[in-house]
Write a protein that binds this ligand. Sequence first.
Ligand SMILES: *[C@@H]1O[C@H](CO)[C@@H](O)[C@H](O)[C@H]1NC(C)=O
Ligand SMILES: *[C@@H]1O[C@H](CO)[C@@H](O)[C@H](O)[C@H]1NC(C)=O
Length: 291
Amino acid sequence: MIKHVLSQVLVLVGMVGSLHSWPVMPGQQILREELTNTDIALKCGKHEQLVMDHTEMITLTAGDITKNNLYNASCDVTIRVALRSSATALEKYGMKVEGLISFRDGSRDCTNSFISVADEDTLDDEMGTLVKYCGGPNKKISFETTEDYINIEVSVGSERATRGSGFTITIEPHFVCGGIIALETTIESPYYPQPYPRDISCFWEVKAPKGFDISLTCPVFQFPNPNKAGRCSDDLMINHANDVDVYCGSQLLNKQKHFAGEHEMLLVFRSDESKNVKNKGISCNITFVPE
Ligand SMILES: *[C@@H]1O[C@H](CO)[C@@H](O)[C@H](O)[C@H]1NC(C)=O
Ligand SMILES: *[C@@H]1O[C@H](CO)[C@@H](O)[C@H](O)[C@H]1NC(C)=O
């Protein structure tokens, strides 16, 4: 993965109320040209949207928040960073946010001033997570999601207590699952060997070379069992030759599936929204066997 600094958020320090502005400035020299059109001023109350590629990394930094009592007044800035939807839509990427903050507001529970990171879009988004960070000096921020967007809020409350040297946050996409399989390989569920996350789908398009059939063996195959009606909550779905097969429980554990005469198929890993699923999911070998 090519990492580079895409842009920087700098806090403008000023004595006048109208100077509560947060310009996003070009980062490293190498990217200056690319960023010419992304110079944006983030003012209090502004909602900014940035789009990034999965090979990129964004760094947001804010300077000394104690200078000139810049943060007396209420100030709220939100930044949404989303992954550019790519042509290789089969590959799923999530977002990772890491950083350090020195952002103390006098309260212990981040009620006055905080930096929040969330993968939810609305407050009643039950699948999402929102974490508020405050304190320091150099308190760690660490947040990871399988969603391909992240919402960051920098909020300075009305109390005149916010102190600290600011923050540095990096936002970096990470590979979750999926892709095109044209070579023999092992596919794994997201976060394997950790339990897979809920509410996720992964797509693998398998294409065997000419003259070869597809063969699938899963040394690890761990899902909740099907219910009495035979329905799977989480499963591996195999779309091939006009057939759709669905497997869960331990139905495919160590069983070799040879698809004679088949050179293409779509494998789909699916988990539903139920909580407390602690299964590993799949680790499956895909091999190509001469016809
Ligand atoms: C913040 O409060 C201090 C003390 O009341 C005042 O001197 C200063 O001008 C204020 N700063 C801003 C940016 O409003
Ligand atoms: C699956 O692939 C892994 C890694 O390539 C290998 O170590 C393992 O023996 C294979 N298992 C089966 C059952 O083919």
